[in-house]
Write a protein that binds this ligand. Structure first.
Ligand code: AHR
Length: 498
């Protein structure tokens, strides 16, 4: 028997809603036939697929990072604005394709409004630098009366877009990155770019690039080195992690892998706090986990002619097991949300994504859509203090001792949400108790479980893996709430003060 004691009046930290952000890169069919498909039966006047927008709204994603990713490191933003007929097609070295530039900065701003989300933009610090960043910020945010703001008006957008959050490049330590830099080169460039941007507007939120992943040879010295150059000018450091089942020794080993994300966060925070202490800063550095997901690079890539436009790339089909791992990663992000201010599931549509589309056809929810949707909609407010007692653990070859049950509780006003992951292979008895004088009732209990751990959703069968409501879950007269967790299951339990 495992017992979760929740202290509803003891908030650990506030959750920034942007913890549930996502990411759209010009890559594969994320934009073209993903967000944008003029002529699609659901397309609006801007050519945006309304079926996709409806699913994004269902996720309630507060922020979307754009336009890359590796793509941004050689992107000339000027190619993607102005009259469409005059926009050039350009070669994208990062993904070996042709970018038609029929969708660019202004279209993304319009799409964000339609999808009820906010932009998080990235500057190209690979092939370009301070000047292009200075011009793009003026194009996006300056009031009319200067060259780039007036250009925006000429393109049909008199009002500034007022983009608040900006990434200073992407994965600048990666050998695959166009314009890769050493930590010294990047740290200085990030600092000088941030300085110029803050001269324009000191309230901009700026994010410097951390390592591309914990396996990079420079990790975590890159973090220390970069921050020693730019700590004063940035609000957050980026952190990226992709996990995959391949390479794990068993299913249990794979399901334990979110532990790696927690270790990585702690390691990066150690580097941040070292620089804070060394340079005597008052400000505490936040993290932007702006790429995280399950990604098996071998999956979902069609063979295409080099420089094709919007081929199928990274179209991974997610299993039920992947959804459990994503649930585990969401628990880590919630637990670490005192320091992780932003996070973006990478990505949003078609490319390693919770939403898939068929060109000219349907849009549907992949398995991983569901834990993200539940956490995003119901994991708001504050993280509550909890105490988890009892329960078993599994010894895994890669990730060591892994608890079979993990849980996080959040509170928003009089609503308490409890997210529970049961990785064990047998049913488990689980009791929730809420301390204090208030009495609570269950609003809903949704469970994600499947007889087949490798079940997937598809256009033909979009709800093979979908949450099921358990109406029998109720608080008993003595105040106890006891559930039997099916083996391998994810739960979203919502309560309200009775
Ligand atoms: O999300 C796919 C790619 O993964 C991004 O372009 C890059 O930043 C990372 O390596």
């Amino acid at each position: 028997m495992t017992t979760l004691r929740i202290f509803p009046d003891l908030a650990q930290n506030a959750i920034d809603p942007r913890l549930f952000g996502s990411f759209i890169e010009h890559l594969g069919r994320a934009v073209y036939t993903g967000l944008y498909e003029p002529g699609h039966a659901t397309a609006d006047g801007n050519g945006f697929r309304r079926d996709v927008i409806d699913l994004v709204r269902e996720l309630d994603i507060p922020m979307v990072r754009y336009p890359g990713g590796n793509f941004v490191s050689a992107y000339d933003w000027e190619d993607g604005v102005g009259p469409r007929a005059q926009r050039p097609a350009r070669l994208d070295y990062a993904w070996g394709v042709t970018e038609t530039n029929q969708f660019g900065t202004n279209e993304f701003m319009d799409w964000c409004k339609a999808a009820n989300t906010a932009p998080m933009m990235a500057f190209n610090l690979g092939t370009r630098g301070i000047d292009a960043a200075r011009q793009l910020i003026e194009y996006c945010n300056a009031p009319l009366g200067s060259k780039f703001a007036d250009l925006r008006k000429a393109h049909g957008y008199a009002a500034p877009h007022n983009v608040r959050t900006w990434c200073l490049g992407n994965e600048m330590d990666g050998p695959w990155q166009t314009g890769r830099k050493t930590a010294e080169e990047y740290g200085r460039l990030a600092n000088e770019t941030a300085n110029a941007l803050h001269q324009f507007d000191p309230t901009l939120e700026l994010i410097a690039c951390g390592s591309s992943g914990p396996g990079m040879p420079g990790f975590p010295d890159w973090e220390r080195n970069v921050l020693e150059h730019c700590y004063a000018h940035v609000d957050a450091l980026s952190i990226h992690l992709y996990v995959r089942e391949d390479g794990h020794k068993s299913l249990a080993d794979y399901l334990a892998c979110p532990a790696q994300m927690e270790t990585q966060i702690r390691d990066v925070l150690a580097a941040c706090d070292f620089v804070k202490a060394k340079q005597h800063h008052k400000k505490t550095m936040m993290l932007s986990f702006d790429e995280w997901n399950v990604w098996d690079m071998a999956q979902g890539n069609e063979k295409f002619h080099r420089w094709a436009s919007a081929p199928r790339q990274l179209e991974q089909i997610y299993t039920f097991a992947d959804a459990l791992v994503v649930g585990g990663m969401l628990l880590v992000l919630l637990r670490q949300s005192a320091r992780v201010r932003y996070a973006c599931m990478a990505q949003l549509v078609n490319v390693i994504a919770p939403i898939m589309t068929a060109p000219g056809g349907d849009a549907w929810r992949q398995t991983i859509f569901h834990p993200l949707q539940q956490a995003s909609r119901h994991g708001r407010g504050v993280v509550l203090a909890t105490h988890l007692n009892g329960g078993t653990s599994t010894d895994t070859p890669t990730h060591g001792l892994s608890p079979d049950i993990e849980a996080v509780a959040t509170r928003d006003g009089n609503k308490v949400s409890v997210f529970v992951l049961h990785r064990g292979a047998v049913p488990a008895s689980f009791t929730v108790s809420l301390d204090g004088s208030a009495s609570w009732r269950v609003v809903a209990h949704e469970v994600l479980a499947s007889p087949d751990v490798y079940a997937v959703n598809s256009a033909a069968s979009p709800a093979t893996v979908a949450p099921r409501v358990v109406p029998s879950t109720q608080v008993a007269a003595d105040g106890a709430l006891t559930l039997t967790l099916p083996p391998l299951s994810w739960h979203c339990l919502r309560l309200t003060a009775a």
